[in-house]
Design a protein around this ligand. Structure first.
Ligand code: ADP
Ligand code: MG
Length: 603
């Protein structure tokens, strides 16, 4: 349990001092609560038998001190005190509840922010092993559970526990047998609901898995809507979704039902006890009048104490059953940081904080005036048995265009991902003008523009898609125009209904393949990067469109340094140097003539 609490505290963002302060406020409010309830008893007994004032020394002195004219005045004054205490207590209670809710929901927001930051900062390898549905679920659903089903119940529990403790003290002072009876009821309820704790935890966890599968199924059905429609497999996804929602509903339904168990049990036990107690009392021939005083103690207990107890038991059960969420959040927050440090410490001597920093923090790029050198670079994917890239050495001169060719699976994309700084090689070095890129990965990445086979497009305007990640006010108009021209997009944009402000649709559904690729090129050009990396950027295009895209690429050679992975050999004809890869190694290198046409360079 302590480990659990410490994990919760790790997930909570900000100063933990506030929490201590809150506990202090809880205790004060509970104390007030107890005093108020504690005064009801004397008020009642005074109201029914005012002669007590004269009998009790302290009441009498109070009576004289305040100069009351009649016992009824005194009783009314006492009543007003009780009322005032209750009003103050209720008001404080209201404020406290509000604070708990605000605090917990604020924590939710901070948690989402923190997790998103961790996921964005996490290594690319972390994302290779994670499903986006699970990240979506954690960010949008589980974080909500953390605040609503863990933090709020936990904080409310603390306040309920203090009320309970004080009232138990008060009860023990008035009637010890009644205290033992109440404690017995609470203990019995606790023991019974404890029987279900593992089951509830399992239901919750399985429910969350079902929910993840549900998100995945929705993703799959909508993500491949074209295929789904043409193949006609809508019912396949419908069945999947129906199955997952049913599982989820059953599991979470059970959790909700059993979460209410303490309240139901306490009610039943209380009634059993009251009726049983009264019957035994009467049967044993005692005076019914005496019964009243015992029962009034129970009335107090059942008004305030047992509700507090049932809420306390209910929320502890809920909090415990959500333990898996805290584990998940804790792991993800930790993993994202720790994994990063580990991989970095494996590479080279630059072990300190050379984590890629977000763009706006560091716009500077490494100096690049001569060449990029890869020396003996090897990379094995996590969990893979053999390296996907092995002992690769190559040199790219500034302004040159090099091409990587080879069969699918040869390791071209892996090599390019290493160059992009997405994957960190287990051995070897990458240097720019003699300086390791790992000295400052962000500055190295600031040199590179990347154009993959399928360009990621946002459902947003052309302008925002080209100036990807740049806030509206900071989009540079001239650079935008130049990028559009160089990528041969001017005509297309002039034909669009709203020009640069036309929305492209999700993943760019309103564009053709070649148009999407050219947006990708314009994006790389807008960011004015020295080195352009193209991974099969034209592979999916028909010959004619490819020609168009190739023309835009060719226009760049000489001004930019190009690293091109090409599927069709025609694309690489103009490249200065060609590397042919096979099974993770370079098997042939030289000019187009040497490698592709197989002509010897020696004339
Ligand atoms: N995330 C991954 N985890 C494990 N192995 C991978 C992963 N990605 C690629 N591979 C393996 O690495 C090898 C090289 O793949 P890749 O670089 O994509 O080849 P290419 O781009 O030349 O077609 C392949 O054998 C592939 O199965
Ligand atoms: Mg590839």
């Amino acid at each position: 349990m302590l480990r659990y609490i410490s994990k919760i505290l790790y997930v909570v963002t900000g100063k933990k001092k506030n929490l201590l302060l809150m506990v202090f406020v809880f205790i004060s409010v509970s104390l007030l609560d107890t005093i108020g309830i504690g005064l009801i008893g004397p008020f009642m007994s005074l109201a029914t038998s005012p002669e007590v004032i004269a009998q009790k020394q302290w009441l009498n002195s109070l009576y004289i001190y305040w100069g009351f004219q009649s016992p009824y005045q005194f009783i009314s004054a006492l009543g007003i005190c009780v009322i005032l205490i209750f009003y103050v207590k209720s008001y404080l209670n209201f404020l406290m509840q509000g604070y708990i809710f605000k605090f917990s929901l604020n924590q939710w927001g901070k948690l989402v922010e923190r997790l998103l930051k961790a996921y964005l900062a996490a290594d690319y390898t972390f994302h290779l092993q994670r499903n986006t549905s699970s990240i979506l679920q954690i960010l949008l659903v589980e974080t909500g559970h953390f605040s609503n089903s863990i933090l709020i119940p936990l904080l409310v529990s603390i306040s309920n526990a203090t009320v309970l403790l004080f009232l138990l003290g008060l009860l023990a002072w008035t009637s010890l047998p009644a205290t033992i009876a109440v404690l017995g009821i609470i203990l019995l309820t606790f023991l019974i609901s404890n029987l279900f704790k593992d089951r509830m935890s399992r239901w919750n966890q399985e429910g969350s898995e079902a929910q993840n599968l549900l998100i995945q199924a929705v993703n799959h059905s909508m993500g491949g809507i074209k295929e789904t429609k043409v193949i006609g497999c809508e019912s396949y996804f419908e069945r999947q979704i129906a199955q997952h929602t049913k599982t989820y509903a059953n599991l979470i339904g059970s959790v909700l039902v059993f979460g209410n168990l303490p309240r139901i049990l306490i009610e039943a036990f209380l009634i059993t006890f009251l009726i049983g107690f009264t019957s035994i009392f009467l049967f044993s021939g005692q005076e019914p009048q005496k019964l009243i005083s015992v029962l009034s103690v129970f009335a107090i207990a059942s008004i305030r104490m047992l509700p507090a107890a049932s809420a306390l038991l209910g929320s502890t059960t809920t909090v415990r059953s959500y333990q898996y969420i805290v584990d998940k959040l804790y792991l993800d927050l930790k993993e994202a940081e720790v994994e990063k440090k580990e991989t970095l410490s494996k590479v080279h001597v630059y072990q300190n904080d050379n984590v890629a920093k977000p763009l706006e923090l560091n716009q500077r790029a490494l100096d690049f005036s001569r060449q990029i050198t890869l020396d003996q670079v090897s990379y094995t994917y996590p969990g893979a048995t053999s390296p996907s890239v092995q002992d690769i050495s190559l040199i790219v001169e500034k302004g040159q265009a090099i091409a990587l060719i080879g069969k699918s699976g040869a390791g071209k994309t892996t090599l390019v991902d290493i160059i992009l700084g997405l994957l960190q090689p287990q051995s070897g070095s990458i240097e720019v003008d003699g300086v390791s890129v790992y000295k400052d990965l962000r500055q190295w990445q600031n040199l590179i523009g990347y154009i993959p086979q399928s360009i990621f497009l946002m459902d947003d305007t052309v302008e925002r898609n080209i100036a990807f990640g740049v806030p509206d006010g900071q989009i540079h108009a001239t650079r935008l125009r130049q990028a559009i021209e160089a990528a041969q997009l001017s005509q297309l944009i002039s034909e669009l209904p709203e020009g640069l402000q036309t929305k492209l649709g999700e993943r760019g559904v309103r564009l053709s393949g070649g148009q999407r690729q050219r947006i990708g090129i314009a994006r790389a050009l807008y960011h004015e990067r020295e080195i352009l990396v193209l991974d099969e950027a034209t592979a999916a295009l028909d010959n004619e469109t490819e020609q168009l895209v190739n023309d835009s690429i060719k226009a760049l050679s000489g001004t930019k340094t190009l690293i091109i992975i090409a599927h069709r050999l025609s694309t690489v004809e103009h490249c200065d140097r060609i590397y042919q890869m096979e099974k993770g190694t370079i098997v042939k290198e030289g000019s187009y003539k040497e490698v592709v046409l197989n002509e010897s360079s020696i004339v």
